[in-house]
Design a protein around this ligand. Structure first.
Ligand code: IPM
Ligand code: MG
Length: 360
């Protein structure tokens, strides 16, 4: 069996973490008897440098032809990078949003759990951590504020900026279905997060989620306001199984959830559509300040590669092997700087890759 993987190394630490993820993928492929054929694609800042735009039709076409897309991270330092002198629709982030839209990747799954070994890196107190936590954020990814009409104009002599938050019921329904399906394979609890005390889009969200819930009587549905959810994530993270939420809230809450796991460098993500094709990327950004220093944590990208094997290629055994390798390396006390604690062995990006490859 041979699979076509489109690879977008991206900007900042992207290329170095993707390099390690590919090595780990290759080790898993060799062990479980399949082949991976990679096509490197440019997107984000790297694409701007080469073609003047953050996303080309060719990149979209090649991504569509592949079985899955593995991505590092895109973007640069907004203060110093020339990319941010460009109009907003030509900046690196526009490439990522364009690709998500072009591939119709409406469902973004971001698992956040606390490894026993990383309890020391978790910023929460021992009483709050208890026996740890294990949740998945199911974030709507192709609607809402990110894709609504926006413009800046002068009204009555005052600069005025407008962003529009639109949700259509079918967009809510399909992401809700993903969340309930995800919950069915877990602890069967969906917490839908919105701002229904203020926003119309949230009130529709709540109504549609409740309609979908009728098809899942075995799953318990609750609702929570987003401000409360932000608080509950640091007060009692163990209460969550599946968090279902719209695009912008999901962006914010997933960074928060990742930080309570100890480091944003651990959190993987899968962006899926109705087919097997998916895009897999760490939840963290391109960290240009530490790029090229061999200190970035490749684990979020490696775990994203494991999700790629599981969701797009159905190579579950290989995915398990990678996840076990991560657990093993942590158990043996190896840490990159972001998750380091007393008594651990500090390793760089490349060395972490070596250790993971050996344990797959
Ligand atoms: C993420 C990122 C992106 C987002 C940015 C880079 C546009 O923060 O994947 O969470 O906001 O979706
Ligand atoms: Mg984000």
């Amino acid at each position: 069996m041979s699979y076509k993987i489109a690879v977008i190394p991206g900007d900042g630490i992207g290329p170095e973490i993707v390099r390690q993820a590919r090595r780990v993928l290759d080790a898993a492929a060799a062990k479980y008897g399949f082949e991976l054929e990679y096509t490197a694609l440019l997107m984000g800042g790297a694409s701007i440098d080469a073609y003047g735009v953050p996303l080309t039709d060719e990149t979209i076409a090649l991504a569509k032809e592949s079985d899955a897309v593995l991505m590092g991270s895109i973007g640069g330092d907004a203060k110093t990078s020339p990319w941010y002198q460009l109009p907003a629709n030509l900046r690196p982030e526009a490439g990522l949003l364009g690709l998500r839209k072009a591939l119709n990747l409406f469902a973004n799954l971001r698992p956040a759990y606390l490894y026993d070994e990383l309890k020391a890196a978790c910023p929460l107190s021992d009483e709050v951590i208890g026996d740890g936590f294990d949740m998945v954020i199911v974030r709507e990814l192709t609607g809402g504020l990110y894709f609504g009409e926006r413009h800046t104009e002068v009204v009555d002599g005052l600069r005025t900026a407008t962003d529009t938050l639109v949700y259509i019921e079918n967009e809510i329904r399909r992401i809700a279905v993903k969340a309930f399906e995800t919950a069915r394979k877990r602890r069967k609890q969906v917490c839908s997060v919105d701002k229904a005390n203020v926003l119309d889009s949230s009130r529709l969200w709540r109504t549609v989620v409740e309609e979908v819930a009728k098809d899942y009587p075995d799953v318990t549905l609750s609702h929570m306001l987003v401000d409360n959810c932000a608080m509950q994530l640091v007060k009692d993270p163990a209460q969550f199984d599946v968090i279902l939420t719209e695009n912008m809230f999901g962006d914010i809450l997933s960074d928060e959830a990742s930080m309570v796991t100890g480091s944003i460098g651990m959190l993987s993500s899968a962006s899926l559509n109705e087919t097997k094709l998916g895009l897999y990327e760490p939840s963290h950004g391109s960290a240009p300040d530490i790029a090229g220093k061999d200190i970035a944590n490749p684990i979020a990208t490696v775990l994203s590669a494991a999700m790629l094997l599981r969701y797009s290629l159905d190579e579950d055994e290989a995915a398990n092997a990678i996840e076990n390798a991560v657990r093993q390396v942590l158990k043996e006390g190896y840490r990159t700087a972001d998750i380091a604690s007393d008594g651990c062995t500090l390793v760089g990006t490349e060395k972490m890759g070596d250790l993971l490859v050996e344990r797959v």
